[in-house]
Write a protein that binds this ligand. Structure first.
Ligand SMILES: *[C@@H]1O[C@H](CO)[C@@H](O)[C@H](O)[C@H]1NC(C)=O
Ligand SMILES: *[C@@H]1O[C@H](CO)[C@@H](O)[C@H](O)[C@H]1NC(C)=O
Ligand SMILES: *[C@@H]1O[C@H](CO)[C@@H](O)[C@H](O)[C@H]1NC(C)=O
Ligand SMILES: *[C@@H]1O[C@H](CO)[C@@H](O)[C@H](O)[C@H]1NC(C)=O
Ligand SMILES: [Ca+2]
Ligand SMILES: [Ca+2]
Ligand SMILES: [Ca+2]
Length: 372
């Protein structure tokens, strides 16, 4: 007789984890009843789970992370001494926990505001701060708060959007206070707070001050993925109208490149690689670049799109996306869940199906044997 899988829906909360997850019994007694359990063909690379060959228990062998992968599906094959086998598909679904804090990126924001009251509008924000939280659902929602620097109530923040508005434009005066420094904190839906605040540096300028203007609103450069660090990518230039000296302009990358693949020289605007690039992980980087001039500073902005070009650096690789399952012909599906994409004609007692990954079963299921 064939080994039988005990069937139950295998949608797991890993925090209620108990072994065994799945087990099989063999109605035969004696030698034939000894069952050997293995992962199905093509799943040998699965590092997160192991099937105990003697007991069929499935155990976790590596730390699981919902943010990296939240569903696993794999076949477990039970083979008895007589060579008969049964396969069950196991689906393991992780549940999310709140293991990530909100993180600001960018962390620093520099803004210049003209003191003439006419340019303020209650509905247009002076800057928008952004924090992200890698968790999902409530654990991943972010609420913002001004945590320091707003004693006079000059500014307010929309707690959901991160937009900062001027609350009391009448109080904004270059003479009385040319600089403001706000700290913003972010808290997720379960109360975890960002480790570092975002900082917003606001300078109040008079109407005579002119911001630096970039030659182009958008630049496009390309670079090969195999270049060494410090390779020249291109340069950007901004100038202050009415002034011929470019030396007073400072450049910085303020967002778009959290991994810091690129850097910019503060006084020349020359962009270089700061790290090794890889077309396969990052094909495109969109940098937001800021030019600063004057005191208190005024800011101009541009975007630089850098394409990371492919170099043929990978040997061809076969990734198995098919699962071959073999079943004795006497088996019937316990419930229909699998689309047979290809059925190889076989003689003898076994049938085999090739299932491609796009048609992997959506629900957990298993097989039961019937007497033929
Ligand atoms: C179980 O099957 C695997 C793979 O076919 C084999 O390597 C292993 O030796 C078997 N174990 C036993 C106890 O038969
Ligand atoms: C923003 O302003 C602060 C204080 O003036 C300064 O230290 C910082 O370098 C500036 N950052 C950028 C990206 O310009
Ligand atoms: C503002 O945030 C920075 C970064 O988290 C922190 O070092 C600084 O102490 C904060 N300032 C205030 C006044 O809370
Ligand atoms: C920036 O690029 C332009 C044109 O590509 C070049 O003429 C200029 O010299 C460059 N500037 C710097 C500082 O490299
Ligand atoms: Ca995680
Ligand atoms: Ca969170
Ligand atoms: Ca999580």
């Amino acid at each position: 007789m064939l080994p039988l899988f005990l069937c139950f829906p295998m949608i797991l909360d890993v925090f209620l984890w108990t072994c065994p997850l799945i087990s099989a019994t063999d109605p035969d007694c004696g030698v034939n009843a000894i069952v050997n359990y293995t992962l199905g063909d093509g799943f040998g690379k699965l590092k997160e789970f192991e099937v105990k060959s003697a007991t069929g228990e499935i155990c976790i062998t590596k730390e699981l992370d919902y943010e990296t992968r939240n569903i696993y599906e794999f076949p477990v094959v039970a083979t008895d001494r007589g060579g008969l086998s049964t396969t069950a598909m196991v689906k393991i679904q992780l549940t999310d926990i709140n293991d990530n804090r909100p993180v600001f990126y960018p962390r620093e924001y520099n803004v210049s505001l003209r003191e003439s009251g006419s340019s303020f509008s209650a509905s247009s924000p002076v800057v928008i701060v952004v924090a992200t939280d890698a968790d999902s659902g409530r654990f991943g929602t972010v609420a913002y708060k001004i945590s320091a620097g707003n004693d006079a109530g000059l500014f307010r923040i929309d707690r959901h959007s991160g937009e900062i508005f001027i609350n009391r434009p009448g109080l904004l005066s270059r003479r009385s206070q040319p600089y403001h420094h706000l700290n913003i904190s972010a808290t997720d839906g379960a109360g975890l707070k960002s480790v570092t605040d975002a900082e917003v540096f606001i300078s109040v300028i008079d109407s005579a001050q002119r911001p630096p203007i970039f030659e182009r609103a958008r630049y496009t450069f390309s670079v090969s993925e195999n270049v060494p660090k410090d390779t020249l990518v291109g340069n950007v230039t901004a100038a202050v109208s009415g002034s011929d000296s470019r030396g007073n302009v400072g450049y910085s990358i303020y967002s778009g490149d959290p991994e810091q693949f690129f850097k910019i020289e503060t006084f020349t605007g020359v962009i270089r690689t700061a790290n090794f690039l890889d077309h396969e992980t990052k094909t495109n980087v969109l940098l937001n670049i800021q030019a600063t001039s004057g005191d208190p500073p005024v800011y101009g902005h541009t975007q630089v799109n850098i394409e990371v070009q492919d170099v043929n650096d990978n040997a061809p690789e076969f990734e198995s996306n098919t699962v071959r399952l073999q079943f004795p012909k006497t088996l019937k599906w316990a419930w229909p869940y699998m689309q047979r994409t290809q059925q190889t004609k076989t003689r003898g007692p076994m049938e085999s199906f090739v299932i491609t990954s796009s048609t992997r079963p959506q629900v957990a299921a298993c097989l039961k044997s019937i007497r033929g």
